[in-house]
Design a protein around this ligand. Structure first.
Ligand code: DCP
Ligand code: MG
Ligand code: MN
Length: 337
C-alpha cells in the first residue's frame, strides 16, 4: 500500500490529477451542471492518469485516455502549459468546502449535503441547531455528534487493544469461533480508519456461527465497547451478516468506527482477501482473474462464468466456485503467490 502511495507521489502528472480532482469535486457537490456524467468521466480519466507512466505532452495524447474529450483535453493542456486551471478560480471553493464538511458526516451523501447548504446551513453548528428546518436521520445525528471522532484515524495499537477485548468475549461465547481483524490493520498500516472484523466457525461438529453476532454485540454493549449502532442486519439468523457501529477502548477514549462481517466457513479465504484490501489491490486482483477467464469476489474465485457480451458487468450464470476457503488457494490459481 505504501508502495502504491509512493508511486502516486512520483506520478508525472500529479498536478493534473490534483486540479482535475478539485474540478470533479465541484461537480460532485452539486455546484455545477451535468454532474453525474462529468464525475463519471473525470473518475475514468483520473484512474488512468494515476498509472500513466510519462508526462502528457499534447492534446492528442490526452485524448487517447478514456473519458477525455476535447474539453477535458483542453483543461489538461492548460494545467501542463500554465500550471494552473483558471476554471477553478471561478468556482465557489469556500462553498464547496462546506458541502464537503457536511459529506464527512456518517450517513450523509452529496445530495443531502447540498440540500442542507441550499437550506442555509454553513457550519456543523447550523446543523446542530437545525437551521432552515433541516432534518437528520438517527444515523446522521450520531455521525454529527461524533464528527471529529469518526473522521480521525486511530493508532494501530488502539485497534489491537479493542480487537483483543472483543476476541476474548467472542471466544467465551464459543471457543471454536474463527475471528480475525482485517482491513488496514491486517495490511500493517500504522493507523486505522476503523476496525474490520471477520467472524466464522468451522463446522466439523455440525454447528455454525449462526446467532453468534447478535449475542456478541449484546455482550459488547454491556462491556461498554460497542456504544452506537449505525447499520444492523435485517435478520440475525443468517450466516452472512454485516454490522456497522461505533465502539471505544474504554469510557475515556474516543469513539471509533467498527465493522463486523460474518461469512460461511468455506468462504473465509475470499472474504479475508477482499476485506483486507486495499481497494486498489482488489481491483487489480479482479482484473487478473478476469483476464484468466475467472471471476473473483468476496465469496470466492469462480470458473466458467459467462458474461453478457454487450455488458461485461452482467453475468449470465454464476459459474463454479473453485477457491474460497484460503487466500493461498486463490493466490496459487491466479499465479500471484
Ligand atoms: N473494500 C473495497 N472496495 C470498497 C470498500 C472496501 O475493496 N469500495 C475492501 C478493501 C478494504 C476493505 O474492504 O481494505 C475494508 O474497507 P475499509 O473501508 O475499512 O478500508 P481499510 O480498512 O482498508 O482502510 P481504513 O483504515 O480507512 O479503514
Ligand atoms: Mg478499515
Ligand atoms: Mn471498514
Amino acid at each position: 500500500c505504501d508502495g502504491i502511495k509512493k508511486s502516486y507521489a512520483n506520478c508525472p502528472n500529479q498536478d493534473v490529477i490534483d486540479k482535475l480532482t478539485a474540478l470533479k469535486r465541484i461537480h460532485e457537490n452539486g455546484f455545477a451542471k451535468d454532474d453525474r456524467f462529468k464525475v463519471y468521466n473525470y473518475n475514468k480519466c483520473l484512474g488512468q492518469l494515476h498509472s500513466y507512466p510519462t508526462r502528457i505532452h499534447s492534446r492528442e495524447e490526452a485524448m487517447l485516455l478514456n473519458g477525455v474529450g476535447t474539453e477535458t483535453a483542453k483543461k489538461i493542456m492548460e494545467i501542463i502549459e500554465t500550471g494552473d486551471l483558471r476554471r477553478l478560480h471561478y468556482e465557489r471553493t469556500g462553498d464547496i468546502k462546506i458541502v464537503e464538511t457536511f459529506r464527512g458526516i456518517y450517513g450523509v451523501g452529496g445530495k443531502t449535503a447540498y440540500k442542507w447548504y441550499v437550506n442555509g446551513c454553513r457550519t456543523l453548528d447550523d446543523l446542530r441547531n437545525r437551521k432552515g428546518g433541516v432534518k437528520l436521520s438517527t444515523v446522521q445525528q450520531i455521525g454529527l455528534k461524533y464528527y471529529n471522532d469518526i473522521n480521525s484515524r486511530m493508532p494501530r495499537s488502539e485497534a489491537a487493544t479493542i480487537f483483543d477485548k472483543i476476541k476474548a468475549i467472542a471466544l467465551k461465547i464459543d471457543p471454536h469461533l474463527f475471528i480475525e481483524i482485517m482491513g488496514s490493520y491486517r495490511r500493517g498500516k500504522a493507523d486505522c480508519g476503523d476496525i474490520d472484523i471477520l467472524i466464522t466457525r468451522p463446522t466439523d461438529d455440525g454447528k455454525t456461527h449462526a446467532g453468534v453476532l447478535c449475542k456478541l454485540l449484546r455482550e459488547l454493549r454491556i462491556a461498554g465497547i460497542i456504544t452506537e449502532d449505525l447499520c444492523l442486519p435485517d435478520s440475525w439468523s443468517d450466516l452472512e451478516l454485516v454490522y456497522r457501529g461505533l465502539c471505544r477502548k474504554d469510557s475515556s477514549s474516543r469513539r471509533r468506527r467498527i465493522d463486523f462481517l460474518t461469512v460461511p466457513y468455506e468462504s473465509r479465504g475470499a472474504a479475508l482477501l477482499y476485506y483486507t484490501g486495499d481497494d486498489i489491490f482488489n481491483r487489480s486482483m479482479r482484473m487478473k482473474a478476469n483476464k484468466m477467464g475467472y471471476s473473483l469476489n468476496q465469496k470466492g474465485l469462480f470458473a466458467g462464468v459467462v458474461r453478457d457480451p454487450h455488458d461485461r458487468t452482467r453475468k449470465l450464470n454464476q459459474g463454479t466456485n473453485i477457491a474460497s476457503s484460503s487466500e493461498r488457494q486463490i493466490f496459487e490459481i491466479l499465479g500471484t503467490s
